[in-house]
Design a protein. Sequence first.
Length: 504
Amino acid sequence: MATAKLMDFDKALELFEPVLGFEVHVELNTNTKMFSDAPNPANEKYHAAEPNTLIAPVDLGLPGSLPVVNETAIRSSISLGLALGCSIAESSRFARKNYFYPDLGKNYQISQYDEPIAFEGSVEVELEDGTVVTIPIERAHMEEDAGKLTHMGGATGRIQGAEYSLVDYNRAGVPLVEIVTKVITGTEHRAPEVAKAYVQTIRDIVRGLGISEARLERGNLRCDANISLRPRGTEKLGTRTETKNVNSMRSVERAVRYEIQRQAQILADGGTITQETRHWHEDTGTTSPGRPKSDADDYRYFPEPDLLPVEPAAELIEELRAALPEQPVARRRRLMTEWGFTDLEFQDVRNNGVLEEVAATIAAGATPATARKWWTGEISRLANAQEKDAAELISPENVVALQQLIDAGTLTDKLARQVLEGVIAGEGTPQEVIDARGLAVVSDDGALIAAIDEAFAAQPDVLAKIKDGKVQAAGAVIGAVMKAMKGQADAARVRELILERAAQ
C-alpha cells in the first residue's frame, strides 16, 4: 500500500476548516440479545465463548423464526438518550436495513431509521485545559450488531488476499445503541482533541449508567469518525470519509489528525476526496480505503413488519430520568474537590485515561494520593510500553492489596514494582506473587544486623566516620546491606540499626 502524502497539520488548518461527525456504537450489557434469548457476548462472562455457541434461530435468520424485543435494552436505550439530553419519542419503530453481508444471516439488520427512540440532544465534553465544548446530538437509535468475520490465509488479516473467511454469529443480535452527532464545526486545530474527548465522554456516560463496559479494545464501544474539509471562507460542506471502528482513545485522536492531513494534501494538489469508509491501521498510524460509503437510500429501509412500535410510558421515562447519574463534567469537578487534587494532579489522571480506575481504587480502600501514584506512575508506564489501556493490566482491588502490603512493611516500593510486574504477567494476586518469587521484605533484625556487621568488617573506615558523627557515611553500609539482602530490606530500618550498632 502506497504511503499517502500528508500536509503539515498547521498548514492544513490555514487552508481548510475541518468538519466532524461521529457515529458511536455502544454494546449493551444485557443478559440476552436484542431480539432473541441467546446469551449476550457483550456481557463480560460470555466474552470468551467458543464461536457459534451463543446463538438462536433468530440470530441465524432461520425461516420461521421471529424477533422479540429485549425490554432491558429498551430501558438502557432510553436512559442513554436522556443522559445525552435527548427527547424520547412517544413512539419509535424498528426498520429493516437491507444489504448482503456474510455475518448477517438474515441479509438485513434490524435497526431504526426515521423513527429513532431518542433525538435532538447535546453533550458537553471537557478538553485537557478545561475548555468545555458542546457536541450536538442528532439521534440515538437501537439496532442489533452483526457477527464477526475472520479472514484466513492472507498476510494482513483483511479480506484482501485472504484464502477464505470464517464467520462467528455469537455477536449477531447483540443489542446496540448508535449515537449520531450533527455536523460539528468550529473545532479548528483542536479537532483531534475534541474527537478523543467526545468518545471519552460517551464512555464515561455509559459506564456511569451501568449499561455497557464500554471497552474500545473489546469492541463494546466503537467509533466511526466522519471527517471532511472545506476551503476557508466557503459554506458548502466537503466530501466526507468515515474512518471505521477505531479501537482506542489515542487512535481516535490520531485518526482524525491523519485524515485532515491526508485530505488537505489531496485537495491542495487539485484532487478530489472519495466518499468512502477508511480502515485505521494502528501499527502505521494511517488509514486505507474500505468501500464506497452508501447513503440511506441504498439500504432500502422499510418498517420491520414483525415488531410493533416502541411506545414507552411517560412514567417510565420519568423514572429513568430520576435515576440518571451525574454528567461527566460535573462529576469530575466534584471528585477533584473530594480527593483534594490540584488542577495539575487531576489533569494528570485524566491525561493518562485512568479516572475510573483511580475512583474504583479509592472506593476499594486506597487513599487518593496512593491511587493516583500507582495509576499515573508505574501502571501507566507499563501500559504505554505494552501499548495497552491501563485498565487491562490490573484490577483496582489488586492495587489496593499492593499498597496495603507496603503500608504493612511487607514490601518496599522497589519490591512492590516487581510484584506489580508479576501481577500484570498473570502470576496471581500480589500475595501470591510475593510467595512465588520470595519477594517479601526481610524483617528479621538478626539477619539485618549480621549483614551490617559484615559490611562494617569490610569497610572499617566507614564505622569510624559514623562514630565521629559523619552520619552520611552510613549510605555505603546501607548499599552493601541492600545488596546482600537482594533488595529485600527496609532501607530506613537498616539505617536505624546501623546507627544503633555504631553507637555501641
